[in-house]
Design a protein around this ligand. Sequence first.
Ligand SMILES: C[S@@+](CC[C@H](N)C(=O)[O-])C[C@H]1O[C@@H](n2cnc3c(N)ncnc32)[C@H](O)[C@@H]1O
Length: 209
Amino acid sequence: MKLVETKDSSFTAYNAKYDEHYHTISGAVEEAFEKHVNALGISDEMAILDFCFGLGYNAIAATKDHENLKIIGLENDIEIIKLMQKVEIPNILTEEYDVFRDLAETNVISDNQNNEIKLILGDALKNIEALPDNYFERVFFDPFSPKKQPEMWSEELLKKIYSKMKNGGKLSTYSCARMVRDNLKAAGFVVMDGPVIGRRSPATIAVKE
Ligand SMILES: C[S@@+](CC[C@H](N)C(=O)[O-])C[C@H]1O[C@@H](n2cnc3c(N)ncnc32)[C@H](O)[C@@H]1O
């Protein structure tokens, strides 16, 4: 797995199988804050699902200046979790990130603000089933692209995620592809534009009203 520096001087990884980076190369940590954490408005005590955890940037960015978050991360590749132990992180997130670097060794870690990240390793398509219904207030939805991983953007999966979210819950994703938005709507979400970061098209926010 190759690490690649992005334009905000944070690193992303490159995945040869999917021929994709894990984040936008315009700025990996910026993307975590702007397209996910700030776009969704995280507040203390929330239950958050990080669907496709990767290097954990979205989940760990959420812990900054927050407390009592309950975060569940779904990820099937232990190699990317092991990379957390050595990836260099910009100052804005170093302190928070250092707490959670050992998720490859121990799958639940809490910080001093009582934010907890629990990592569930395995196929997210299967592991989503066992999560509680009507539980999550926020979902960071971050698979590889719909072109490379269409099974991760299906109406069926999005319906499943919808059932795991509380009313008023919000989901963020970088894609605004027609197929993605149509499937989100068919799953029951109200869909709106997210921020425009690192490309011309907006991200997507989906709300369970
Ligand atoms: C675009 S990257 C996510 C980046 C991540 N959010 C971050 O901040 O580093 C997509 C991630 O989905 C994971 N993935 C792909 N298919 C999966 C599956 N079926 N179950 C769980 N994780 C999967 C990949 O291993 C990869 O880590």
